[in-house]
Write a protein that binds this ligand. Structure first.
Ligand code: MF3
Ligand code: CO
Ligand code: CO
Length: 255
């Protein structure tokens, strides 16, 4: 499948979808407290997306995924299924939200601390956010995807963490997962050359110890092989004529 260059009209719809996805994360933050279940967080997001935003939660029934958001706790890397698990003090949790509005997708995820995290969990979370920032800040026409992957990998590894290889960012638009694949590791000067009007996600998954992952028997939840912690942040990005626009920016965020 080819990489699509979005028209100005499509970009306007992507802006709306991205803003809605960011709004869901801003809405749910205050509810991420000790004792809440991931299933309760899912229901609140679902009802907000469907009832307030008049949008569609893209994960629901996507390839059989049974819920409206992904919630990945501690050593869970991604695609955790919300359910009866109660969050407890010290947990870190990634909430990944994708909405469809007027046919276009906005995809973003954030780490939340459940009360106070350990020093190690906070550090991993902050370094992972810095990985995302370093990737985003390179985006402009003419750079290559390998430049982004290399920036993320070299920073993560300089902090003695590792980059998950099995999952990556992706083009996004009318489709949830479009071309190209956006790897979070790589070599500078390699890969797809960016052009204005491309939209894609950057969503590094960074592990505290080894990069290895495995899939749980539920066929969705991905966990670290060595049970070390894992963190992830995600934004949907537009390549502009001069640089980038973060389509899923939250109101308290400056990138
Ligand atoms: N939101 C995830 C991503 O960033 C994909 C989740 S697919 C699901 O690409 F089915 F698990 F929801
Ligand atoms: Co994504
Ligand atoms: Co996502």
């Amino acid at each position: 499948m080819a990489i699509t260059i979005k028209t100005e009209a499509e970009i306007q719809k992507m802006r709306v979808a991205g803003r809605l996805a960011a709004d869901v994360l801003e809405m749910i933050g205050p509810y991420v407290v000790p004792g809440v279940t991931t299933g309760e967080l899912d229901k609140r997001c679902h009802d907000f997306i469907v009832g307030t935003q008049n949008a569609i939660p893209a994960p629901l029934n996507y390839r059989g995924f049974p819920r409206s958001i992904c919630t990945s706790v501690n050593h869970q890397v991604c695609h955790g299924i919300p359910g009866d698990r109660q969050l407890k003090k010290g947990d870190i949790v990634n909430i990944d939200v994708t909405v469809i509005k007027d046919g276009y997708h906005g995809d973003t995820s954030q780490m939340f601390y459940v009360d106070e995290p350990s020093v190690a969990a906070r550090r991993l979370t902050e370094v992972t956010y810095e990985c995302l920032l370093r990737g985003i800040q390179l985006v402009r026409p003419g750079i290559q995807l390998g430049d982004i992957g290399h920036a993320i990998q070299s920073y993560a590894e300089s902090q003695h963490y590792s980059v998950v290889r099995e999952y990556c960012g992706h083009g996004i638009g009318k489709g949830f997962h479009e071309d190209p694949q956006v790897l979070h590791y790589g070599r500078p000067g390699t890969g797809v050359v960016l052009e204005p009007g491309m939209t894609f996600t950057i969503e590094p998954m960074i592990n505290q110890r080894g990069a290895g992952v495995k899939l749980l028997p539920d066929n969705w939840t991905v966990v670290t092989r060595d049970h070390g912690l894992s963190a992830q942040w995600e934004h949907t990005i537009l390549v502009t004529p001069t640089g980038y626009e973060v389509l899923t920016l939250r109101s308290n965020e400056r990138i």
